[in-house]
Design a protein around this ligand. Structure first.
Ligand SMILES: [Fe+2]
Ligand SMILES: [Fe+2]
Length: 230
């Protein structure tokens, strides 16, 4: 399956409107955001575990990145409540399950082979740092090469400067409403801004977003300009 597989194309989805598709395991369903490949795919999905469901033991050839959106996601490494950010590096394996049920953002097969960090961060218990402009707070989650992952919290009325995404940008709006000159993105919106894209984001009512930048292949020479945080 090829779904929004052209990484040079901008994508905006209201994930709350997407249908739930069955997975190979009963009780586990998913909303497909982007995908390239079959059951073994480079894929970004929102996955829902019904209470008491489990997924087959599997290994992560290209790594697996997860943000727990609600409920509690579990595996051999522990119980990971809502807000937990996980990275299972290339070559790792596990057998996940959820006793109470959960919803998670999952990115598969998108890690550099040398990025071997095993990460578990409980973002609801972690500190926010001041951002680049007043009203912005940042919680760094991971950095490898040009790739950076963070939560960014926007106080109501915060405006960020125009910036270019050298290696692209991907955003999931977790709370509130995120905005830029191309649109208004309520909670549940997923954006993928391609390498070289430019925007000037703001938030009138405030929001919290998960942001990954610098991870999409650059197909044109980088151009000068301020880089990024939303
Ligand atoms: Fe996994
Ligand atoms: Fe941005």
């Amino acid at each position: 399956m090829e779904l929004f597989a052209d990484l040079n194309a901008r994508v905006v989805l209201d994930t709350t409107e997407l249908p739930w598709s069955p997975s190979p395991l009963p009780g586990v369903e998913r909303r497909l955001l982007d995908r390239s490949g079959g059951e073994v795919a480079r894929a970004t999905s929102i996955v829902r575990y019904a209470p008491g469901s489990s997924f087959a033991a599997h290994s992560h050839a290209g790594g697996e990145e997860i943000l727990v959106l609600d409920g509690t996601f579990s595996d051999e490494t522990g119980d990971h409540p809502a807000g937990t950010y996980l990275r299972n590096p290339p070559g790792s394996s596990h057998a996940p399950f959820s006793a109470e049920g959960c919803t998670i953002l999952v990115k598969l097969r998108q890690m550099h082979q040398a990025d071997q960090a095993c990460v578990r961060i409980q973002t609801r218990q972690s500190a926010w740092l001041p951002g680049l402009v007043p009203g912005l707070a940042v919680m760094p989650l991971h950095q490898f090469g040009s790739e950076q992952v963070a939560l960014v919290r926007w106080a109501p009325g915060t405006m960020f400067q125009p910036h270019r995404h050298l290696g692209g940008e991907e955003i999931l709006v977790l709370e509130g409403v995120f905005q830029d000159e191309a649109g208004t993105y309520p909670a549940g919106s997923w954006l993928r801004n391609p390498p070289g894209s430019v925007h000037s984001p703001w938030s009138d009512q405030g929001c919290t977003i998960w942001v990954k930048t610098g991870h999409l292949p650059i197909t044109e020479p980088p151009q000068p300009g301020p880089v990024s945080a939303g």
